[in-house]
Design a protein around this ligand. Structure first.
Ligand code: ADP
Length: 613
């Protein structure tokens, strides 16, 4: 995957400050265009390592690199991360005091600063532009560049003003970075910023270190509980569709002895900030949230993301699940969906949208539901949706490829029974009622309507109502049934009529209780050997947390999980051995080696472990 670093200036800088010995895909090319002063657009997925693409070259060029970033709340973490590595960086934004601003100016005037983070509205102020014209600016890096495009999912009008940068600084190259894959957004970025013959680098949208697991939701809390037990002491996010779900799930999990915090837009700013900080500093491992949580969260060691409800589109799913495993280590994305989620989103979209916008949203929603119910490799489906292909025949990292999904053998016959029942009910009832009839319910409504006399009554009794209900949703998603009107009445579609004639190949998932044993979790991405001392890794996380609290920075800024695992593998007892650990640069070695080495030596002596492996 990664290219061995060659011994050149970039490699030296990346090793010295970040302690990395390899480039991620396209990083080297992206850095090269910065060094050559050629405008560029770099599209890499979340976790692809975009920041390093401009941070490392900034350390190899004269002058000051200006980084445009949309979120003031993120800047502090980014600056903390850089200064902890020994990279001279600062930001100017409205939260700076006058004193801080003067200090930053002094640093710039003295030529000591290499990276300056600034929000677009601040950069575009006349006095900022005038000041920067007198400074030796090496290049501009526009982070989250899709914010400039109305086609993107996160348009920010203040980004539009960046279009004057080219004329204000004609000799300075512009570099745009985004995780948004669509060609119209990319083209819009190029034209809005007025880039000249830019180098366009588009990475693969596949995230091989993410393991996707999709399951129907039958018992939400217990399904979540099962996941949390597998991920003890690991950092995770649980996404819910509604604020109410967030509160309920967080409360219920806490009652079961977990420590979680809720996060949604109904809480006050202060509460939200407190919960986010507690999560970033690892005072709690799990945050339960709506999609309000995420923009600007770049915690690198999120080991799992659970969707307790289906997201409304694959774009949203890619983005939210993509918050797992940014450090490149294995992480798991669980998605628990139900047919009811589809209907819930549909109702919400009906309230918010009309016309073309509504139609487009429904298409996205259907694509999402198809993803859930399909039996195609999850990695392949996701990259396919974004217009890319996957080379490998099996990703070895999803429930489909690892044979964890079981399909019903006689799906056609079962589907015919279901559709016949819809016809017998004169296409006048909803999914729930139809499922009850098929399951042979003696509910008063059914008896008084005489539906217990239908030939299809009790036809799927042995399968149980819930399974039949799930199958109905799967048939809706595959287009054989349609839900119409305010009450979601079931109708047989044209394709459904073909199915009744035996001219279709529907797919139905095996009921959960009949599923084969789960085989999925035993997987380690190539190059991520599991051969480190796990108790030492856990203990080192404790030490990391203590140091992070002392320094008042998020825990992953001290060291990422990859570095701690490598420490727990190599168990260094000397400074030179400590320097060999991945993710340990000069500054971090200087600042943290003594504390970590003493801790490791003590642990190894107590446990009788060899050191300096
Ligand atoms: P993006 O902005 O593309 O989402 P980041 O720049 O936040 O991704 O990088 C994600 C994580 O990967 C960070 O923890 C970063 O330190 C790490 N990383 C980036 N490049 C490398 C590399 N060459 N080797 C090891 N880790 C890297």
């Amino acid at each position: 995957m990664s290219t061995e670093l060659q011994s050149d200036a970039l490699a030296t800088v990346v090793q010295k400050y970040w302690g990395y010995d390899q480039f991620r895909p396209l990083q080297r090319q992206a850095m090269q265009s910065v060094l050559e002063g050629r405008d560029s657009v770099v599209v890499l997925p979340t976790g692809g390592g975009k920041s390093l693409c401009f941070q490392a070259p900034a350390m190899c060029t004269d002058g000051l690199a200006i980084v445009v970033s949309p979120l003031i709340s993120l800047m502090k973490d980014q600056i903390d991360a850089l200064t902890t590595c020994g990279v001279p960086a600062a930001c100017i934004n409205s939260s700076n005091s006058l004193q801080e601003r003067l200090r930053v100016k002094d640093e710039i005037d003295a030529g000591r600063l290499k990276l300056l983070y600034v929000a677009p509205e601040r950069l575009m102020m006349d006095r900022t532009l005038d000041y920067l014209k007198g400074v030796d600016v090496s290049f501009f890096a526009i982070d989250e560049a899709h914010c400039i495009s109305e086609w993107g999912h996160n348009f920010r009008p203040e980004y539009r003003t960046l279009s004057i940068l080219k004329s204000a600084f004609p000799d300075v190259a512009l570099h745009a970075y985004t995780a948004t894959a669509t060609p119209p957004v990319r083209d819009d970025i190029i034209s809005q910023l007025g880039l000249t013959d830019p180098e366009v680098l588009v990475g693969s949208f596949d995230r091989p270190n993410l393991f996707y697991k999709v399951d129907r939701r039958h018992d939400r809390l217990n399904q979540i509980d099962e996941v949390l037990q597998k991920h003890k002491d690991e950092s995770g996010i649980i996404y819910c569709i509604s604020r109410k779900n967030v509160d309920e799930i967080s409360t219920a999990l806490n009652a079961r002895g977990y420590r979680t915090l809720p996060y949604h837009a109904g809480m006050t700013d202060v509460q939200r900030k407190r919960h986010q900080n507690a999560y970033m500093k690892e005072d709690v491992d799990v945050i339960v949230a709506t999609v309000a949580f995420g923009m600007g969260i770049d915690k690198s060691n999120v080991r799992f993301v659970i969707h307790a409800g289906m997201p409304k589109s694959l774009e949203a799913y890619q983005q939210e699940s993509g918050r797992a495993g940014r450090d490149g280590l294995d992480a798991t994305c669980y998605l628990f969906y139900s047919g009811g989620d589809f209907s819930l989103w549909k109702k919400m979209l009906e309230q918010d949208l009309t016309g073309d916008a509504y139609d487009a949203a429904i298409r996205s929603l259907s694509a999402m539901y198809d993803f859930c119910t399909s039996i195609v490799c999850r990695h392949r489906s996701l990259v396919g949706y974004f217009g890319q292909t996957l080379d490998a025949s099996s990703c070895k990292a999803c429930d489909v490829c690892l044979g964890d999904l079981d399909l019903v053998d006689d799906a056609l016959v079962i589907s015919q029974k279901i559709l016949s029942c819809v016809v017998r009910l004169n296409q006048r009832f909803g999914a729930d009622y139809t499922a009850q009839v098929l399951a042979g319910s003696n509910d008063q409504r059914i008896l008084s309507a005489g539906h217990d006399q239908l030939s299809t009554w009790g036809l799927l009794k042995s399968e149980g109502k819930q399974n039949v209900r799930d199958w109905i949703e799967q048939l809706v998603a595959q287009g054989y049934l349609e839900k119409v009107g305010e009450y979601n009445i079931l109708n047989v579609s044209d394709e459904g009529r073909n199915l009744l004639r035996g001219e279709a190949a529907p797919r139905l998932l095996m009921p959960r209780k009949k599923k084969k044993s789960e085989r999925t979790q035993k997987r380690v991405t190539a190059g991520q050997e599991n051969d480190y001392d796990h108790p030492l890794f856990d203990a080192l996380k404790g030490l990391r947390r203590t140091i992070a609290q002392r320094l008042n920075v998020p825990a992953y800024i001290v060291f990422g999980d990859a570095a701690l695992r490598d420490m727990a593998r190599k168990r260094p007892s000397s400074l030179s051995a400590f320097r060999e650990v991945k993710g340990v640069g000069e500054k971090k070695a200087q600042d943290f080696a003594d504390e970590f080495i003493a801790f490791i030596v003590k642990h190894c002596k107590k446990q009788g472990l060899t050191m300096d492996v």
